[in-house]
Write a protein that binds this ligand. Structure first.
Ligand SMILES: [Zn+2]
Length: 344
């Protein structure tokens, strides 16, 4: 089966420049766009996003924080030790959040369509009242809130496979029962959160699933966790939309992440979330770009993700053995308290 894949992109997101030698550099989006344009994947449709509205952003961020960001228009400033703006950064941040929102609007309008929001700055570290870790507005969280509060979506599943824990996304939905967040990430590592026992509170208890991993993990462990943990949870949660915070910094060629995921691994993960979306969410799947700092690996990762979303057959990963198998078993046992079908 083939699917239309909307590619949300605007050149003005390339104009965000956090400074020389910064890993989150303009070339990241250029590498992705060049690769996608060179491949001409059947079913893809490019469109320009609207900038997000203040109302859409205010579902996730404080009004005072939005005012603070608005005040940086046209300026170069440091928002946190890792996050800097250039004169065009605020426009880019509004477009990045708007691209994620537009992507969700498109797939909610037409079941079976998929979308990839090709954005910078990334979003998943941005908290309610602060920029953090290269992120200004939390694009994925804003898109999830738009799906729930504007489009009437009752349950959203967020999968974050970036090597870093999505502290901002976790914070946004920690006590809510309408947005489920699954994250696999290196731990302990930046930003410091994402322990196994961070599972949500109140109505949201059990609806945050963290999978902390030591360095050097590859396709097998990541795949086993998606297959054995995410899939049964999705079956029980019955999402109406699947949103992926798609980071590619756990690729083995990415020097920042220290993990060993391959090109085939990312293609397989895309296949798994596509299948989950098909089974439970009428095919509604949106990916939003997060990290990924090796330009070639990033371009290949996004491109294969788009190919798989459009209908290409994904590879399948081998099951882990030895230490990897033991680690997966321990993580399953922990989460089985809230999700009895895990690992069965
Ligand atoms: Zn990252």
């Amino acid at each position: 089966m083939t699917h239309k894949v909307h590619l949300l992109f605007d050149e003005r997101m390339i104009d965000h420049d956090p400074g020389p030698m910064h890993p989150e550099r303009p070339m990241r989006l250029q590498a992705i766009v060049e690769r996608l344009r060179g491949h001409r994947i059947t079913g893809t449709q490019w469109s320009r996003p609207h900038p997000a509205t203040r109302e859409q952003i205010a579902r996730i961020h404080d009004e005072a924080y939005i005012d603070h960001i608005d005040a940086q228009r046209g300026k170069s400033a440091h928002l946190d030790p890792d996050t800097a703006t250039s004169p065009d950064s605020v426009n880019a941040a509004y477009l990045a959040a708007g691209a994620a929102v537009d992507a969700v609007t498109k797939v909610m309008k037409c079941a079976g369509d998929r979308a990839f929001a090709l954005v910078r700055p990334p979003g998943h570290h941005a908290e309610r009242d602060r920029a953090m870790g290269f992120c200004i507005f939390n694009n994925t969280a804003i898109a999830a809130a738009h799906a729930v509060q504007e489009l009437g979506c009752r349950r959203v599943l967020i999968v974050d496979w970036d090597v870093h824990h999505p502290n901002g996304t976790q914070q946004a939905f920690y006590d809510r029962d309408d947005v489920f967040m699954f994250s696999s990430h290196r731990y302990p590592f930046y930003p410091g959160t994402g322990a196994l026992d961070e599972i949500g509170t109140g109505a949201g208890e059990g609806l945050t699933v963290n999978v902390p991993l030591g360095p050097g993990q590859g396709d097998d462990v990541h795949w086993a966790l998606l297959e054995g943990l995410l899939r049964p949870i999705a079956e029980q949660f019955q999402p109406e939309l699947v949103l992926v915070s798609a980071g590619y910094d756990s690729h083995r060629e990415d020097l920042l992440g220290g993990m060993r995921v391959t090109d085939d691994g990312f293609a397989a993960f895309s296949g798994l979330v596509s299948d989950v979306a098909n089974r439970y969410a009428q095919g509604r799947l949106v990916m939003v770009l997060e990290g990924g700092y090796d330009l070639a690996a990033l371009g290949r990762g996004v491109c294969s993700g788009v190919e798989v979303m459009a209908g290409a057959t994904p590879p399948i990963c081998d099951a882990p053995t030895g230490h990897g198998a033991e680690l997966v078993k321990e993580i399953f046992a922990h989460h089985r308290r809230h999700w009895p079908r895990v690992g069965k």
